[in-house]
Design a protein around this ligand. Structure first.
Ligand SMILES: *Cc1c(COP(=O)(O)O)cnc(C)c1O
Length: 381
């Protein structure tokens, strides 16, 4: 046990100790922590749907009609018609033959990847891909190659060099990257299918609800629905619910129902959550102004930060301000806190050494007025 305490001491000395901060209340993009109110710049409630009355009503109705829990795995008696309704909606939303619901994005990724590839197969994955994707790959025992972030040439090189030594190949990327706020070149990646044989999987966790004409994500926006075999995303971010989805072929869906262990050996999501997810998908369709306002404000905020001389990354609603050193990042985060803005510092090991950053996660609640106050505050540093 001594080793554990020492580990924590070292982390603390390096300013890398992670701690929990209980929130007393949360409403319309504002949070109360230790009696102080802050405007929250670290949630994923991009469209401000988390307090929407239609979602609340749907959840309460489902609770009353179906009870509090699904009480079993989908393969036992936890498979409610509600789950199928949600899968049907996903199928239509994503314009794919089939939809499958998982209990969280983390569980989806470890379940899907470890079911699809094994020790005779290989995976090509972006170096900055989310931990859940990496964990899925490690769990699968497939041989894996990490290509440099968004680097098509490197991916091409690795595919040419390694692909033929394995049975099945899977290429994986996020569409919007959670720590860099940038976008993967999925159209060009999909074109590699003309040269190499592989399954293409994308994680739309941060794009779902925001990009594309119908708000379904970047795959829709880039017009590569056909070429992407596995479109995965979560209900826990812009959709302000919980759980995850996969849109794919009927064959892949049937295969995963029979093989994905995180799907098989876990209780199905409770009915209230499923109903909330359904209501949220309806709102993406009914209230497109939310994503429009978000993207307009995003462009404004990023440009103004650049005008102030800050170094920003990416082009999405995730706006990282690159600072480099951990200490500097912590200082600026504290400074923002003093001004009433809750902005989390992102430190190694989440990002590489010397790339510590302040990560502004914008949402529909952040009006131009609020953003101007942040910019005004940052002018002074
Ligand atoms: C948040 C996230 C996940 C995990 O989703 P949860 O539903 O929160 O478990 C997976 N992939 C990416 C890229 C994410 O940002």
């Amino acid at each position: 046990m001594e080793g554990l305490a020492q580990f924590l001491k070292f982390k603390e000395a390096d300013n890398l100790l992670r701690q929990l901060n209980p929130i007393q209340s949360r409403k319309e993009g504002r949070i109360i922590i230790e009696q102080e109110e802050y405007i929250d710049f670290s949630s994923n409630d991009y469209l401000g749907l988390s307090c929407h009355p239609k979602i609340r009503e749907a959840a309460i109705n489902a609770w009353q009609n179906w009870g509090s829990s699904s009480c079993a795995s989908r393969l036992l008696s936890g498979d409610f018609s509600l789950h199928h309704q949600l899968e049907d909606k996903i199928r239509q939303f994503k314009n794919k033959p089939a939809g499958l619901i998982f209990n969280s994005g983390y569980q989806a990724n470890i379940g899907i990847i470890s079911a699809l590839v094994g020790k005779d197969d290989c995976v090509f994955i972006d170096r900055l891909a989310h931990a859940s994707l990496i964990d899925g790959v490690v769990l699968s025992k497939a041989k894996f190659f990490r290509f440099r972030h968004n680097d098509l040439e490197h991916l091409d090189y690795l595919l040419a060099k390694e692909r033929n030594s394995f049975k099945r190949a899977l290429v994986i990327t996020e569409t919007v990257f959670s720590m860099d706020g940038d976008i993967a070149p999925i159209k060009a990646m999909a074109e590699f299918k003309n040269k190499y044989d592989f399954l293409f999987m994308v994680d739309e966790a941060h794009a779902t609800g925001i990009y594309g004409e119908n708000g379904s994500g970047l795959v829709e926006e880039e017009g590569v629905t056909e070429q992407v075999d596995l479109i995965m995303g979560t209900f826990s971010k812009a959709l302000a619910g919980f759980g995850a989805y996969l849109a794919c072929s009927q064959t892949i869906k049937d295969y995963l129902i029979n093989t994905a262990r995180s799907f098989i050996y876990s209780t199905a999501l409770p009915p209230a959550i499923i109903a909330a997810n359904i209501a949220s998908l309806d709102l993406i369709n009914q209230e497109p102004f939310r994503r429009k306002v978000l993207l307009e404000n995003t462009a404004y905020f990023r440009q103004e930060l650049i005008n102030l001389g800050f170094s920003t990354l990416g082009q999405t609603q995730i706006v990282p301000v690159l600072l480099g050193k951990v200490e500097k990042t912590l200082r600026l985060s504290q400074y923002c806190k003093g001004l009433g803005f809750w902005v989390m510092p992102i430190r190694p090991p989440t990002v590489p050494n010397n790339q510590a950053r302040l990560r502004f996660s914008l949402s529909y609640w952040h009006s131009k007025d609020i953003l101007n106050k942040v910019l005004q505050g940052l002018k002074g540093v």
